[in-house]
Design a protein around this ligand. Structure first.
Ligand SMILES: Cc1ncc(COP(=O)(O)O)c(C=O)c1O
Length: 416
């Protein structure tokens, strides 16, 4: 087989489903079956497949230029997207550096944070603080801030930079005072002891996604902002998964009322049409790179950063998000998911949780999810559980009927 598939044992992998085309929330398979995509192709196809507005924008841009480097050249789509992102993200994130995937966005964020301190004369702040259960991507720097044990990357322990980790916050989205205090005490103690070597604290705000769908409280992040400031540690929000509505607000940061020093966007940024990411930074951060000394410049520049097609797609996607009021639709999706997913019970079920357009059923043992993918496909739904999690993160254009079909499948699986 010439094609090597992701996250798969190629010797024993079941044959993947062959997709001929896709439209709205539906994948059309070559064997004639149609499946509702319950996970938006790894959470990025936020407006569904084959959206006529985005298709038209791409076609128009294609007649101008498909690509031009951003080193020494500039173009309107990149400038317009940067302005738009600054206007729509939390106050103070005034600068945008583009990358070509979520993982590369995380790499950029980590490099920026460390160089920020070096440019300011602190040469010992070279470590990053992250959370257990975190997932930030599959490149070396990003892997180093994923959960060191459960995060798929323990094999590379000798290669990865040694970072510091805190236990994942407990208590869920509505954590009570004692859970929040417990979480914050751990953060304070860590920074009291190690802030001299820690450049930044990186988190997936509110939803730790691929590392186990741990939801946690906005209050934790609000207080983390204060604690990080007290210790001269930067705060990085990795919103690759949560950005563009997935946690119920445009950005998860919007529910915290704070501005991180650096914010990484990916996935929904380009609505599943192209790989791209945007790393947003505050004036404080950006200004630390301004100097007559060339060595203080940020030495990074992926070939496809600011690709005009990707920027045009992102602009078109953001316009759709606003014009078609996706946030209201996300609230309706959340309400259906709460009605249908939260009550799911069964011997295997450990927990159910919903936030925004994200619904999760956690089981005690991954064996209880064996077969669920085929069970769902037989019932017209594309579901791809991992570990002990069956979940849905549907495209926001999904119809109520399609969403109920996904929930029917999950309910039927856990009932049997
Ligand atoms: C929070 C988070 N950060 C980073 C990434 C990596 O993004 P990409 O797969 O585009 O490299 C992911 C991907 O799932 C993610 O969920």
């Amino acid at each position: 087989m010439s094609l090597w598939y992701p996250y798969a044992q190629m010797k024993t992998m079941s044959p993947p489903l062959d997709v001929a085309s896709a439209s709205g929330a539906v994948l059309q398979l070559t064997d004639g079956r149609k499946l509702i995509d319950s996970i938006s192709s790894w959470w990025c196809v936020i407006h569904g497949y084959n959206h006529p507005v985005i298709n038209a924008a791409i076609q128009q841009q294609l007649t101008q230029m498909s690509h031009v480097m951003l080193g020494g050249l500039t173009h309107e789509p990149a400038r317009k997207l940067a302005d738009k992102l600054v206007a729509m993200t939390p106050d103070g994130l005034n600068h945008v550096f583009f990358g070509d995937s979520g993982s590369v966005g995380v790499e950029i964020a980590l490099k920026m944070a460390i160089q920020y301190h070096k440019n300011a004369g602190s040469h010992d702040k070279t470590q990053i603080l992250a959370l257990e259960k975190a997932y930030h991507g599959d490149t070396i720097g990003a892997m180093s801030v994923c959960d060191p044990v459960e995060g798929m990357h323990s094999l590379f322990a000798g290669l990865l930079p040694q970072q510091r980790f805190l236990p994942a916050p407990i208590g869920g989205f509505d954590a009570d005072e004692s859970a929040t205090q417990h979480n914050l005490k751990l953060l304070s103690a860590m920074l009291d002891e190690h802030a001299n070597t820690i450049a930044a604290f990186i988190v997936e705000p509110l939803i730790q996604a691929a590392g186990g769908f741990n939801f946690y409280s906005p209050t934790y992040l609000k207080e983390a902002r204060r604690i990080c400031d007290e210790h001269n540690v930067l705060l990085i929000f990795d919103e690759v998964a949560t950005g563009f509505g997935r946690a119920g607000s445009l950005f998860a940061a919007d529910q915290t009322g704070i501005t991180p020093d650096i914010m990484v966007l990916g996935k929904g940024l380009t609505a599943g049409y192209a790989g791209h990411s945007a790393v947003m930074a505050t004036d404080r951060l950006f200004n630390a790179f301004l100097s007559d000394d060339e060595s203080k410049s940020f030495m990074h520049g992926p070939t496809f950063m600011g690709n005009p097609m990707a920027c045009t797609i992102a602009l078109s996607s953001i316009e759709l998000f606003e014009k078609e009021d996706r946030l209201s639709r996300i609230q309706q999706i959340e309400s259906i998911l709460k009605d249908r997913i939260l009550p799911i019970t069964g011997k295997a079920v450990k927990d159910t949780r919903v936030l925004g357009a994200t619904g999760v059923v956690e089981v005690d043992d991954s064996a209880s999810l064996q077969g669920v993918q085929n069970f769902a496909a037989d019932r017209g739904v594309w579901l791809r559980p991992f570990g002990t999690y069956a979940y849905t993160m549907p495209p926001y254009v999904i119809t109520d009927e399609q969403l109920h079909q996904i929930c029917d499948v999950l309910q039927a699986w856990f009932k049997q």
